[in-house]
Design a protein around this ligand. Structure first.
Ligand code: FRU
Length: 477
């Protein structure tokens, strides 16, 4: 009989128990990387939000710490929603969204609250809370959609970008400023979205990278209107310039951060090596959550942290995973010629690990790499030469995430920016996730899969001619 497969990821940040969504308060503090997250400790479903907490020295091995914030005040009783962290005078501050108890009309307001810690483990909410009440909203901005403050410093001041919704039902980012983190004032509408860019923007993040100003946000209902949460694998990066006279962000371009099916609410930090590192919730709203349905008692995983760079205005992303594969030497096979056929390569298989590929695709029509394969199931990573597209298809990967008949929803793809001879791929497989990194940093596709039987097969298919120059699989425990 088959062994029941376990879906809990091994080398990604996962909750010890219960539910996880957005990364929060991602920061390097006193030498360690701290990751907080939206956490419901009492159930594998979303519920009254707490802030879970873990730390790491290498961004891959995480140590669980006590819950940092619990919804225990009138101003956050409905939940301690997403937010961020900053260090000031050696102390660690968290700015988060409190969702208030319902008023007489049954309305929950969203307000911004501060908590502080001297040891990076125990947090106290400040007396002044909420430090940004609903009264501090500009005209027309919704007091029930005002959340996810991300802190940064500029020119000796503290700022927070905060997600908001306009009266017309578009997303926007508001900017607030403070000298001391306690007293805040509204500064500007930092960037206002269009109808095509969703009805609300969640989880903004602002930073400067390689000489450009960058604004990340996760739009709801983008790009298709009227279809709840279709968008939610789309988090956008706007690259542009802030005019610090008016405090407004002027976008020059928008690009998607991930082209897979499960990526949302990314948050970034800059570390002491000067790296801009981004981590995201590797799941989505509006989908079913198999580990909860199966009664496994937990739900959620973060992505592998990635380093972001800009080259000629284009986003590049590289996995931070060196400490996972250190000391391992990949088993590399010699050049393997494949013509209109199927190949299984010796030593190339596994459920959890890093698959590195270098394939000459210049004479390929379509190349398919089947992952997590068993007798009935597999997930496809494909490359279409004519379209120059890299994609992932999980319609036969196991438990359906979106419903049986919704196959188009189970597949996503992206056109690569340049025609390549060599298709370079670093594919990270964990118990229920596949992250495909295009080797030049040009695209990442992150997707959850839930095979119903053990599934460690990897096979290659092609129409046309492919030369698999290198194929290596490094197991990760
Ligand atoms: C994004 C989000 C945030 C909110 C949090 C609640 O996934 O909806 O806007 O703060 O999740 O858990």
């Amino acid at each position: 009989a088959a062994v029941a497969p376990l879906y809990r990821n091994h080398y990604h940040a996962v909750p010890p128990i219960g539910w996880m969504n957005d990364p929060n308060g991602f920061i390097q503090y006193q030498g360690a990387y701290h990751l907080f997250y939206q956490f419901h400790p009492y159930d594998a479903k979303w519920g009254p939000m707490h802030w879970g907490h873990m730390k790491s020295t290498d961004l891959t091995h995480w140590e669980d710490l006590p819950v940092a914030l619990a919804p225990d005040q009138a101003y956050d009783r409905f939940g301690c929603f997403s937010g961020s962290a900053i260090e000031k005078d050696g102390k660690l501050y968290l700015l988060y969204t409190g969702v208030t108890e319902a008023d007489e009309a049954g309305i929950h307001y969203q307000v911004q609250c501060l908590a502080v810690s001297e040891d990076g483990v125990h947090f106290e909410k400040v007396q002044h809370n909420p430090v940004i009440p609903a009264a501090a909203l500009p005209e027309g901005a919704s007091p029930i959609d005002f959340r996810d403050p991300k802190l940064f410093e500029h020119d000796g001041m503290f700022y927070a970008v905060i997600a908001s919704k306009t009266e017309e039902g578009t997303g926007q980012v508001l900017l607030y400023e403070s000298a001391d983190l306690l007293d805040w004032r509204f500064s500007s509408v930092f960037l206002k979205g269009t109808k095509e860019q969703g009805i609300m923007w969640e989880c903004p993040d602002f930073f400067t990278l390689d000489g450009k100003d960058c604004l990340i946000f996760s739009p709801m209902q983008w790009p298709e209107e009227g279809n709840d949460y279709q968008n939610l694998n789309a988090s956008l990066l706007a690259i542009g310039k802030v005019d610090w006279a008016t405090n407004q962000f002027h976008p020059e371009s928008f690009q998607e951060l991930d082209h897979g099916l499960d990526y949302y609410a990314p948050q970034s930090l800059e570390d002491d090596l000067g790296r801009r590192i981004c981590i995201a919730w590797m799941q989505n709203w509006g989908r079913n959550f198999p580990t909860d349905e199966l009664g496994h008692g937990w739900t959620g995983s973060m992505t592998i942290p990635r380093q972001l760079k800009l080259e000629d205005g284009k986003l590049k992303q590289y996995p931070i995973a060196a400490s996972l594969t250190e000391g391992e030497s990949p088993e590399t096979i010699g050049a393997f010629y494949l013509e209109d056929g199927v190949a299984v390569l010796p030593g190339i298989e596994g459920e959890r690990g890093l698959l590195q590929l270098k394939i000459d695709v210049s004479a390929v029509e379509r190349m398919e790499i089947r992952l997590r394969e068993n007798e009935q199931e597999s997930t496809l990573v494909f490359y279409d030469r004519m379209m120059n597209e890299l994609g992932i298809d999980r319609s036969k990967s196991g438990i359906m995430i979106n419903g049986e008949e919704a196959t188009p929803l189970s597949c996503r793809k992206v056109a690569l920016p340049t025609m390549v001879q060599w298709l370079l791929l670093d594919i990270f497989l964990d118990s229920s996730s596949i992250e495909v990194f295009e080797g030049n940093g040009d695209a990442v596709l992150s997707t959850n899969v839930y095979p119903t039987e053990p599934a460690s097969g990897i096979s290659f298919r092609c129409s046309g001619k492919a030369v698999i120059e290198q194929a290596a699989f490094m197991p990760i425990a």
